[in-house]
Design a protein around this ligand. Structure first.
Ligand code: PRP
Length: 219
């Protein structure tokens, strides 16, 4: 039987990665280095980098170790608050050798602005019940604290065994409501920061480090 074009496409997709050829005649694909990827482009919009990739990864591993010790033997549900927490939670749970479960909530309070509106909307709720479970809520940043205040109040009504907060960044100076953050990666200056999940108008989340955005970008 003649091979269809679909069959030959399947064959080429199942080829070992190391043997795949670039679609051009230039030869095998070569992954660009981190340095090559992050030269120019998005990076030019930053005034300065405040947390390097290495600093973030080191601190994430420390947090993961601490959390693993604290939750050993408990039924842990790690809840990521989308979208900002996605790189942090992905890196964090991969440093935790525990039989944990993961769920997500999506909320929005900032829109395309640089300050919190104070109005929190749940865009996606949890898939599972948290009754009787130990819940660790993971955020990229606590700024005014309004988002977490709303989430904590909401989740407490669902009767978890415990509810704690882990945030990569804590912007204490911007706080307008009291939030008890048990695990904090770094204190954050009261400036507009982007990268590693943090966005401005939906952009910059994919930067592997965190920096201060040039004011002319958002003014
Ligand atoms: C950001 C961030 C926190 C919140 C913190 O979310 O991820 O959830 O703001 O601000 P607050 O302490 O002043 O409430 P945002 O609403 O921008 O959505 P995102 O996670 O999709 O970026």
């Amino acid at each position: 039987m003649l091979a269809t074009s679909m069959d030959s496409q399947r064959q080429s997709q199942s080829q070992p990665l190391s043997q795949r050829q670039s679609p051009s005649a230039a030869g095998p694909l070569r992954a660009p280095s981190r340095e090559e990827t992050w030269r120019g482009g998005l990076v030019d919009d930053l005034e300065r980098v405040i947390l390097s990739e290495a600093q973030i990864q080191r601190r994430v591993a420390e947090l993961g170790r601490q959390i693993s010790e604290d939750y050993r033997g408990r039924d842990l549900l790690v809840v990521g608050v989308l979208c900002g927490s996605f790189p942090f939670i992905a890196d964090l749970v991969r440093t935790m050798n525990l039989p944990l479960a993961i769920d997500f909530m999506a909320v929005s309070s900032y829109g395309n602005r640089t300050t919190s509106s104070g109005v929190v909307r749940i865009l996606k709720d949890l898939n599972s019940s948290i009754a009787g479970r130990h819940v660790l809520l993971v955020e990229d940043i606590v700024d005014s604290g309004q988002t977490l205040r709303y989430l904590i109040d909401n989740l407490q009504t669902r009767r978890p065994a415990s509810l704690e907060i882990c945030t990569l960044l804590d912007k204490q100076e911007a706080r307008t409501v009291d939030i008890n953050t048990l695990y904090v990666g770094f204190e954050c200056p009261n400036e507009f920061v982007v990268g590693y999940g943090l966005d401005y108008a939906g952009r910059y989340r994919n930067l592997p480090y965190i920096g201060v955005l040039k004011p002319e970008i958002y003014q």
